[in-house]
Design a protein around this ligand. Structure first.
Ligand SMILES: [Zn+2]
Length: 625
């Protein structure tokens, strides 16, 4: 019998060199008093300053992928007429009655990615000039509808009217509010308000009426289902409240969220709608402080992960099912990424960052097409759930190619984050950004570095911190990823003379908060702004998981001479190793892992099938005899 040893999640802990715990009541030595008091309050959690317009620049491979995603939006078929067809019907294209879906998403992602004084791409200002013309008297966009009629559900088609229009208008409200927050473009704010009023005055009373529950529970086609389409409007209302300060919008968003609860279940037919609505609940908690919204999101995360809805590569299916469906969806993965980032910002729990990182490298990247676009990939699925990425299915030019770049733009705000308590260094990736700590701005540069031992199991990053002179360098809270067995940090500083870098002695303080797998690095003596470089070395031995992302004890299996481990996932660093040349669950000899498997992003045949679940042969048959 095969021996499989499960370790509980989170058992992996960091062993710190030079670890030195901070006396409870004393701040660190220095003249920057805000740091010591804030640092000591860290057993609680203060939401960091996640900026909406990040200055972050990716570098290297992640930049190439990100830029290709944005670049895709400048190419065919995305001209003005194509984008506006869902509100002015100038041509027949897919999903026309999802009015506002393409136009809204396009406006949303491009507004978010633009600088305020430079709308990008060229077509965006023309869209903003024109779109208001197509708004109906009651505030909605799309075909005329008598909203008092019974809902035209039809489970066999997406060619109905009411629900698709509500879905599309919800996406358009997000687009119009994103554009309003970025630009002062005539007419856009007014159109957003008029659409918001439609949700307040028409959609909420008509579609959240407790006396009509039976109607709402009628089955619809999955992308045109009641829960998917009606509640997608919540988040735009929250944006509108930020823009106008008008309490009606916040109040209606909350009422939608409360009514949503009875319909918000797993499994559900549309993971994109479900996950975007759960993200909205976290934002509603941020706004109102009402913990019931955060609790719902946390419980949903737990149910999705422990229930097998999230596969070991970190991604989810297009339908929010465990099994029985064979495609993923870029939009859902984008929303799952964002939900994890929002949950971290609101709880400080690093399991959400672990999931976001797993998803980025092993779930989102396989969803990208060689064109730069995103969409649907065929997934190898058995009774347990997904086990492989198969061939590409559809490049979705109606949703995912907008929504994934949008989610990745959100991710840029989270790679490193400023807060009154210091800098959160969340992802060892290649990037540059600016963060704000206690009123001071700091330039950060995170880049891969050589590890002095030249050991393939060590991942080294340099985090360079530079600020205006006169300020004391703030503490840096370094995430200990779930894949790192050990993290070591050393540091050097100079006063802008790179030739005179001097070693800095550090205090390294592990977080005492359960679920917050970080430690705080701070210089023992105050280092004033200039240049400080942290050299962070992560030990990343390979490890195994089962298909529910629980650890399988590889060391013990090896020492027990266990011959084979069936259906396991091989991980090293942030990567899930995938079969380079097969989308089936195959036998991989342990000593041939590096020959037969690789991280997805390192492969040159990305569009071919790659299994992320495999049988690992630990002892060859000869040796076992
Ligand atoms: Zn999509």
């Amino acid at each position: 019998m095969n021996k499989i040893y499960l370790l509980s999640a989170g058992l992996c802990c960091a062993l710190l060199v030079g670890c030195d715990s901070l006396p409870e009541k004393k701040g660190y030595i220095g003249n920057s008093s805000y740091v010591s008091t804030k640092l000591l309050s860290l057993t609680g959690w203060q939401r960091p300053n996640v900026v909406s317009n990040p200055s972050t620049q990716l570098v290297g491979d992640a930049k190439v992928s990100y830029d290709m995603g944005l670049e895709r939006l400048t190419k065919a078929p995305f001209d003005k007429d194509f984008i506006l067809a869902d509100v002015n019907f100038n041509q027949k294209r897919w999903f026309t009655n999802f009015s506002g879906d393409i136009s809204g998403r396009f406006i949303e992602v491009t507004s978010d990615a633009s600088a305020a004084d430079k709308p990008w791409p060229e077509v965006l200002p023309a869209l903003l000039d024109e779109i208001g013309k197509y708004q109906k008297e009651d505030g909605h966009f799309g075909a005329p509808v008598d909203w008092s009629k019974p809902i035209d559900f039809d489970p066999t088609t997406d060619q109905t009217l009411m629900m698709p229009i509500l879905w599309g208008n919800a996406r358009l409200l997000l687009g119009l509010t994103a554009a309003t927050m970025k630009f002062d473009h005539p007419g856009v704010k007014e159109a957003a308000i008029k659409l918001g009023n439609f949700y307040v005055n028409t959609v909420y009373p008509r579609f959240c009426d407790p006396t009509r529950m039976d109607e709402y529970r009628t089955e619809g086609q999955y992308a045109s289902a009641y829960v998917t389409c009606v509640f997608e409007g919540m988040e735009g209302l929250l944006n509108l409240y930020h823009i106008t300060g008008d309490e009606r919008y916040l109040d209606t968003a909350c009422k939608f969220a409360d009514f949503h609860e009875a319909f918000d279940v797993l499994p559900v037919g549309h993971s994109h709608g479900s996950l975007s609505q759960t993200s909205m609940l976290v934002r509603l908690y941020e706004q109102t402080g009402n913990k019931k919204y955060l609790d719902r999101a946390v419980q949903r995360w737990d149910a999705a992960v422990s229930g097998g809805y999230v596969n070991p590569a970190g991604s989810v299916l297009e339908k929010f099912w465990v099994t029985g469906y064979t495609r993923d969806e870029g939009c859902s993965e984008g929303d799952w990424l964002r939900l994890n980032l929002l949950l971290w910002a609101n709880t400080g729990q690093t399991r959400y960052l672990d999931m976001a990182e797993r998803l980025y490298w092993n779930g989102i990247r396989p969803n990208q097409w060689s064109t730069g676009g995103f969409g649907h990939r065929n997934i190898g699925v058995d009774d347990v759930g997904p086990f492989a990425y198969l061939t590409q299915s559809q490049e979705s030019l109606w949703c995912c190619s907008f929504h994934v770049p949008w989610a990745l733009h959100k991710m840029l705000s989270y790679l490193a984050v400023g807060s009154d308590a210091g800098i959160w260094y969340n992802f060892p990736m290649n990037f540059e950004t600016d963060v704000e700590v206690g009123g001071n701005s700091w330039k950060l540069k995170s880049q891969p570095a050589a590890n002095s031992a030249n050991n393939p199991d060590l991942f080294a990053y340099n985090l360079e911190i530079q600020g205006k002179s006169g300020a004391a360098v703030p503490p840096v809270h370094i995430r200990v990823p779930d894949w790192a067995q050990r993290v070591e940090v050393t540091a050097w500083a100079s006063n802008n003379d790179i030739a005179k870098m001097e070693t800095v002695e550090l205090k390294l303080i592990p977080s005492k908060s359960p679920g917050r797998n970080t430690f705080t690095a701070l210089p023992k003596k105050n280092v004033m702004a200039g240049k400080l470089i942290y050299h962070v070395v992560y030990t990343a031995h390979p490890f195994l998981e089962d298909r529910k992302m629980q650890r399988v004890d590889l060391e013990k299996a090896l020492s027990d001479k266990t011959p084979r481990l069936d259906s396991v996932v091989y991980r090293k660093g942030p990567f899930v190793y995938m079969n380079k040349s097969s989308g089936k669950i195959e036998d991989i000899p342990f000593n041939a892992v590096n020959e037969k498997m690789a991280p997805f992003v390192f492969m040159d045949n990305k569009d071919e099938p790659h299994s992320f679940v495999n049988n690992l042969i630990l002892v060859n048959e000869e040796a076992a005899k």
